[in-house]
Design a protein around this ligand. Structure first.
Ligand SMILES: Cc1cc2nc3c(=O)[nH]c(=O)nc-3n(C[C@H](O)[C@H](O)[C@H](O)COP(=O)(O)O)c2cc1C
Length: 369
């Protein structure tokens, strides 16, 4: 049904326009009490066995919405209504910014992929903080806040920029993510080098502790799939050293070669981050590597090319406590999150594991023996 609708309507529209149209419908449905109750009952079913505790937070299930879809925190209830059990808003930057010129989002339909060079278009940390402060939640959902660097701020002043966002947003975040891995802000990914990352994460941690005194806001870092293996290890070691709570693996890739892409060369060569099915293999590999290094000392969040319950299950077995998706939602539609939670419950039931927590990392542990 959705596939037909996608082919007849969304596929003929500019991808960004289609995004805003779908977004409007989701927000409208979430504002209509009878409709939202009905939709949530159908799409956000609760499987007792999927209850997840991570980052000191209780969730109904492990699957959530990856950053970038709800950059300005305007559709938290809407996405929760669709069955995403945690919503990561952002990336939010300290200052409001328009992002890159359009056209900046491309669909690679034969590859079940997207390329984007949005460039952190967002209303800025003050506006998003005000919106979160005023929010009266309809559904009880975990809200992660993902922060990044304002484009016009030079790399040498990046720390102060992230700190400004932290000071405004940390108190509204169930968890906070330092994004140093988007390919569309010049120089951003250089911050993944440990000599830049150490002072940045230390400063964000201090700013979060200074501004939120009644609880400890969990802090995670989000990394690129394009990091060399030794750099993945270095980030993992640094995260442990600094007492971070987790790592999100991964963001989009700038790679194009060797991914077997079938879309037209003109599309494939668009500048930006590639997401969806083609990033699946490397995201899983990075996750396995992280788990082998840190085990259960950090919460690992698996993201990148998760299209169905089997993909999510493989991430859990590889070491992810939480999993997220974005691109496949565009292709699979409103039943995407529901299908994943339902399929995970079915897989857990026939697995040797009594709980989801027991399944986390089981395959990676086995491979290491
Ligand atoms: C259009 C678009 C915008 C995105 N914006 C952000 C962002 O602002 N911050 C971020 O950390 N990740 C962003 N991402 C990356 C996703 O959160 C995710 O890490 C990546 O797309 C891989 O997951 P997927 O294959 O399920 O899409 C964006 C992805 C897409 C497709």
């Amino acid at each position: 049904m959705y596939k037909l609708f996608f082919n007849l309507v969304f596929k003929r529209m500019d991808p960004e326009q289609a995004h805003y149209l779908a977004f409007r419908w989701i927000r409208l449905a979430a504002r209509t009490p009878v409709l939202r109750t009905f939709v949530a009952a159908a799409l956000a079913p609760r499987h007792e066995e999927l209850r997840t505790e991570a980052l000191g937070l209780r969730m109904h299930g492990p699957f959530g919405l990856a950053a970038g879809f709800d950059k300005n925190a305007v559709a938290i209830d809407g996405m929760s209504m669709l069955g995403f059990d945690h919503i990561e808003i952002g990336t939010v930057t300290a200052q409001a910014q328009p992002g890159n010129p359009k056209k900046r989002l491309f669909r690679l339909v034969p590859d079940r992929a997207l390329i984007n060079r949005m460039g952190f278009n967002n209303e800025g940390s003050a506006a998003v903080a005000a919106r979160l402060a005023a929010r009266v939640p309809v559904f009880k959902t975990v809200v992660g806040v993902n922060i990044g660097k304002t484009k016009v701020v030079p790399e040498e002043e990046a720390v102060a920029d992230y700190v400004a966002s932290t000071e405004r947003l940390a108190r509204h975040a169930d968890y906070l993510v330092v994004n140093v891995s988007s390919p569309n802000t010049p120089g951003l990914r250089n911050l993944q080098a440990t000599e830049s990352l150490r002072p940045l994460l230390t400063a964000v941690r201090e700013a979060a502790d200074r501004t939120v005194t009644d609880r400890r806001v969990p802090l995670l870092v989000k990394i690129a799939p394009d990091l060399a293996d030794e750099d993945v290890d270095a980030v993992a070691d640094l995260a442990l050293e600094l007492g971070l709570d987790g790592i999100i693996a991964t963001n989009t890739t700038i790679a194009r070669e060797g991914l077997g892409l079938k879309s037209s060369p003109d599309l494939v060569k668009e500048t930006g981050g590639l997401s969806g099915a083609p990033v699946k293999e490397r995201s899983l590999e990075v996750l396995r590597r992280l788990y082998a290094r840190v085990g259960d000392r950090l919460v690992l969040v698996g993201v990148g090319g998760i299209e169905n319950a089997e993909d999510a299950w493989q991430r859990i077995l590889a070491g992810a406590t939480l999993v997220q998706g974005y691109s496949a939602f565009i292709y699979e539609g409103p039943f995407y999150a529901r299908a994943i939670h339902k399929g995970l419950a079915a897989r857990l039931a026939v697995s040797p594991y009594a709980t989801l927590a027991e399944a986390v990392g089981a395959e990676t542990r086995k491979a290491m023996q």
